[in-house]
Write a protein that binds this ligand. Structure first.
Ligand code: ATP
Ligand code: MG
Length: 438
C-alpha cells in the first residue's frame, strides 16, 4: 500500500474525549471513527486489525472442531419469549418493530436463535457432539458506552454454541473451548487468565471469564502469580484427547473477578504470589445444561430411544474489544506496538527523500519484492519531512520499519528498525527483506 494512495487520517492531537490510551491511539491513527455513542466505523487501518483477529479466532475455533456459520443480527421477539428472556433481558436489548408491527430485536447474543436452528435439524445423539459458531455484530444498549471499542453498543463477537447428549460430554466441549481460547489469545500476544465467573443473564453453573491484565481494565481481579507464566496448550494440541489435566493445571490456582472474589482464600496465598490488578474481559465461556433446550424443546433421541433435552454451552470472544485490549497491553509513549500476528501491515517502508530518483527506485523495488513474497508493506512515499514520517510510523506501530535514504544508498544500505525494541541495524535491502519475511 502506497501511503499517498491510502486512507490513513492520522491526527497529531490527542482527542480530548478519549479517556484511555487505546481509545486515544485508535482515534489518532485513524482506525475508527465514532458515528454515535458506542457505534463506530472501522476505517481501513482498524479494519485490517479487526480482520486479523477474526482470522486467528476462526483458525483456533476450527482447529478445536467448531464449525463456522452466520446468523442474522435481527431476530424475532417470539423466539426470546420461548426462553423467557424477552422480558428478562432489560434495557440493554434494542427492540425494533418492522412495518407489519412485528416485534424484533437486534441480537445481544444468540442462544435462542442457534437453539432454533438446532432443533429444526438435529434429532439424534448420533449427530452429536456439535459446536456451531459465528462472528457477527451484536447490539447492547449499554448504560455507559465508553473506552471506544472496549465497551461499544454495537460490537463484533465470536459466539460458539456446543450441543451434547450428556453433561459429561458437555463438560468435554467446555474444556475444548477453554483450551482453544488459551491458544487464540496467546497467538495474539496476550496472556489471558481464565477466572471463575458469575454466569449472569446467560445462566448456568460453570463459567470462566478470560481476563487480560491492564491498568485501565473495568474490573478488579485477583489471581495467583503462577498463572501468569503458564504457556498456552499449543497449536499441536489433540482436541480429541482428554483435556482435563490442562484445564485443571489452570483452575487449581486462585483467580477470580470481583464478583466471585473470596478474600480469605486469596490472602491464604504467600504475599509474593498475590496479584491484585485491573482486568479486561476478552472472552467468557458458559456451561448451562438445558437452560434453553428445555423451554425451547430442543430434544434428541438417546441410544436408549428416549428423547432428552440437549446439553448446551456458549462461548464468547469480544473480537472488536480485543483491538483495544491489545493496544492497552502493547504500546509505548510513541504509539502502538502491534504484536506481529495482528499487525495491520507487517512492515513500513519510509522513503527519506521522495522525489530523489535513487531513493524512489530503491523503495519501489523493495516494495515490489514484498508484494511478490505475498506481503503487504505500507510504503510511505509522501513528500513530508522525515521527522513527521518517523513519528507517524511509530504511532501506527508496524512491527518493522525500513528506512531508505540517500546516505545509506551510497553504501548500498537501508536501516531496519524493530518497533518493539527500537533496535536499528544497517544492512542491505535484500537482508532487510529476508529478516522481515522471517
Ligand atoms: P461485560 O461484563 O464486559 O459487560 P458480558 O459479560 O456482558 O461483558 P458476554 O455476554 O460474556 O459479555 O460477551 C462475550 C464477550 O463479548 C465478552 O467477554 C466481551 O469480550 C465482549 N463484549 C461484551 N460486551 C461488550 C461491549 N459492550 N463492547 C465490546 N465487547 C463486548
Ligand atoms: Mg461476561
Amino acid at each position: 500500500m502506497r501511503l499517498s494512495n491510502y486512507f490513513l487520517p492520522v491526527s497529531k492531537e490527542a482527542p480530548a474525549d478519549a479517556a484511555i490510551v487505546s481509545h486515544q491511539m485508535m482515534l489518532r491513527t485513524g482506525m475508527i471513527r465514532q458515528n454515535g455513542a458506542g457505534i463506530y466505523s472501522w476505517l481501513p487501518l482498524g479494519y485490517r486489525v479487526l480482520k486479523r483477529i477474526e482470522q486467528i479466532v476462526r483458525e483456533e475455533m476450527n482447529r478445536s472442531g467448531a464449525i463456522e456459520m452466520l446468523m442474522p443480527t435481527l431476530q424475532q421477539a417470539d423466539l426470546w419469549r420461548e426462553s423467557g428472556r424477552y422480558e428478562a433481558y432489560g434495557d440493554e436489548m434494542l427492540r425494533i418493530k418492522d412495518r407489519h408491527d412485528r416485534e424484533m430485536l437486534y441480537g445481544p447474543t444468540n442462544e435462542e436463535l442457534i437453539t432454533d436452528v438446532f432443533r429444526a435439524y438435529v434429532k439424534s445423539y448420533k449427530q452429536l457432539p456439535l459446536n456451531l459458531y459465528h462472528q457477527q455484530w451484536k447490539f447492547r444498549d449499554e448504560r455507559r458506552p465508553r473506552f471506544g471499542v472496549m465497551r461499544g453498543r454495537e460490537f463484533l463477537m465470536k459466539d460458539a454454541y456446543s450441543f451434547d447428549l450428556t453433561e459429561e460430554d458437555a463438560r468435554k466441549a467446555y474444556r475444548r473451548m477453554f483450551c482453544a481460547y488459551l491458544n487464540a489469545f496467546s497467538r495474539m500476544g496476550l496472556t489471558a487468565i481464565p477466572m471463575r465467573a458469575d454466569t449472569g443473564p446467560i445462566g448456568g453453573d460453570l463459567s470462566h471469564e478470560f481476563i487480560i491484565l491492564a491498568d485501565t481494565g473495568e474490573s478488579a481481579v485477583f489471581c495467583d502469580r503462577e498463572l501468569l507464566d503458564l504457556p498456552a496448550p499449543g497449536l499441536d494440541l489433540d482436541f480429541s484427547s482428554d483435556l482435563t489435566a490442562i484445564v485443571e493445571q489452570r483452575t487449581k490456582f486462585y483467580a477470580a473477578t470481583e464478583e466471585m472474589h473470596d478474600a480469605a482464600s486469596f490472602e491464604a496465598l504467600p504475599e509474593a504470589r498475590r496479584v491484585s490488578a485491573r482486568g479486561i474481559e476478552v472472552g467468557h465461556i458458559f456451561y448451562f445444561g438445558t437452560k434453553y433446550s428445555l423451554p425451547m424443546n430442543a430434544v434428541v433421541q438417546g441410544p436408549d430411544g428416549q428423547m432428552v433435552p440437549v446439553q448446551m454451552g456458549s462461548y464468547g470472544i469480544g473480537v472488536s474489544r480485543l483491538v483495544g485490549g491489545i493496544i492497552e497491553a502493547s504500546h509505548d509513549e510513541h504509539g502502538i506496538v502491534w504484536p506481529d500476528a495482528v499487525a495491520p501491515f507487517p512492515v513500513g517502508i519510509i522513503n527519506m527523500r521522495a522525489g530523489d530518483t535513487a531513493c524512489d527506485a530503491a523503495c519501489a523495488a523493495l516494495y515490489d519484492q514484498f508484494a511478490k513474497a505475498g506481503v503487504a508493506a505500507m510504503y510511505d512515499d509522501t513528500d513530508e519531512q522525515a521527522g513527521g514520517k518517523f513519528a507517524r510510523m511509530d504511532l501506527i506501530g508496524l512491527p518493522w520499519q525500513i528506512v531508505i535514504g540517500p546516505k545509506g544508498l551510497e553504501k548500498s544500505t537501508v536501516e531496519l528498525k524493530r518497533r518493539k525494541t527500537g533496535e536499528k541495524i544497517e544492512m542491505s535491502a535484500e537482508d532487510a527483506l529476508r529478516k522481515v519475511l522471517g
